[in-house]
Design a protein around this ligand. Structure first.
Ligand SMILES: [Fe+2]
Ligand SMILES: [Fe+2]
Length: 360
């Protein structure tokens, strides 16, 4: 057996010892064959290293390909003209944001945030429907996950979530700005820490954790809604009090910060990271379902239900290697819909070990 750092784990490795959460609950039993989802979970719980058996690769299903000549939904989207235009406009929008925002961080408080909002609203219109925007964003994932790109993703997702929640036009605008500026404090943190590919030391991590306060300080004197400032300050707070910097609980957290905490984590999970490929949205959804107490329940259920609806009738690959179609969504267990495989219907909520590994 050998110790291996989490970012070097690959699916199929077998745990030589049980893994415990920081609160000493069992996360994985000894002998677990690690899947991509398990490795993401270890990272999520900040577990740096685990013991695995030497040279032992358990049998996990490999990705089966579609029948000859068929392309995946993702490839299909990437080939469309709409996607090409969306991608080019997104890049322009990120560039513009990058230029204007450096001005703001440098202390120019006289900036016009409405000018920044216009290209974001244009992007939303180009997507035609909200589901289409989400699909395009999901296919825009790449390894260059700069803070700017992340902020625009979160702005778009926050706009759409506010629409799904039927907030007013002004509230939707404030939600969009809250997403756009939530991580502005990161720009005041040394770039080598933000872009460091390996694990952060505890002192580096405590520097990163100052970004909410730094963001609030940058926005403090800017003429912009207090909710936008609060979203920068409170987006890492969690409803159960486990967040930072204040360890606030649900009633004390700004509504816009609660909304951004959802779109922020979703974007982080479904973006590529140096240590893993983007997580399948259904794996992200199941991780949210396990952590519901940390988020505003109404907002979270609305978000998850709408995301899942986006994938109705999509073809998916299960971890068993089978390919099927999502035909029924279970409101009580959103990450586990019913899948039609040839003439059979598999209700994933009744099959504990089976899950959606990839959307094809
Ligand atoms: Fe943040
Ligand atoms: Fe963020």
């Amino acid at each position: 057996m050998k110790k291996i750092i989490t970012k070097e784990l690959v699916p199929g490795m077998v745990l030589a010892d049980a893994v415990l959460t920081p609160k000493s609950n069992i996360l994985f039993e000894k002998g677990t064959i690690l899947t991509q989802k398990d490795i993401a979970k270890l990272t999520f719980y900040s577990i740096d290293e685990v013991l695995v058996h030497d040279n032992e690769i358990g049998e996990i299903m490999t990705i089966s390909s579609l029948p000859d000549g068929q392309i995946t939904a993702s490839e299909r989207i990437k080939q469309t003209k709409e996607f090409q235009i969306f991608k080019a406009d997104f890049e322009k929008c990120a560039e513009k944001f990058k230029n204007e925002i450096s001005d703001l961080v440098a202390g120019n408080k006289e900036f016009d945030y409405k000018r920044l909002l216009a290209p974001i609203y244009e992007l939303l219109q180009k997507g035609q429907t909200n589901s289409a925007v989400f699909e395009m964003l999901n296919n825009l994932r790449n390894y260059d996950d700069a803070t700017y790109t992340h902020c625009i993703n979160v702005a778009l997702a926050s706009n759409i979530l506010a629409q799904w929640l039927r907030w007013s036009k002004e509230e939707i605008e404030t939600a969009t700005l809250s997403g756009l500026f939530h991580d502005i404090g990161k720009l005041a943190i040394p770039e080598d820490i933000i872009t460091k590919p390996g694990k952060l030391t505890s002192s580096e991590y405590s520097i990163v954790k100052t970004h909410p306060q730094k963001g609030f300080d940058v926005l403090k004197n800017v003429t912009i809604s207090i909710h936008v400032k609060n979203a920068a300050l409170m987006h890492h707070e969690r409803c159960d009090g486990t967040g930072y910097p204040g360890g606030l609980k649900a009633p004390q957290i700004d509504r816009y910060a609660k909304l951004v905490s959802i779109t922020d984590v979703y974007d982080a999970m479904t973006s590529a990271r140096y240590y893993r490929a983007p997580l399948c949205p259904f794996i992200a959804i199941s991780m949210f379902e396990e952590d519901l107490q940390k988020y505003d329940t109404e907002m979270m259920l609305c978000f998850l239900e709408n995301i899942v609806n986006t994938y109705m009738l999509n073809t998916v690959l299960l971890n068993t290697g089978e390919v099927g179609e999502i035909v029924f969504i279970n409101r009580n267990y959103l990450s586990r819909p019913t899948i039609k495989i040839k003439n059979d219907y598999i209700d994933l909520s009744k099959c504990p070990g089976v899950y959606i590994q990839e959307i094809l």
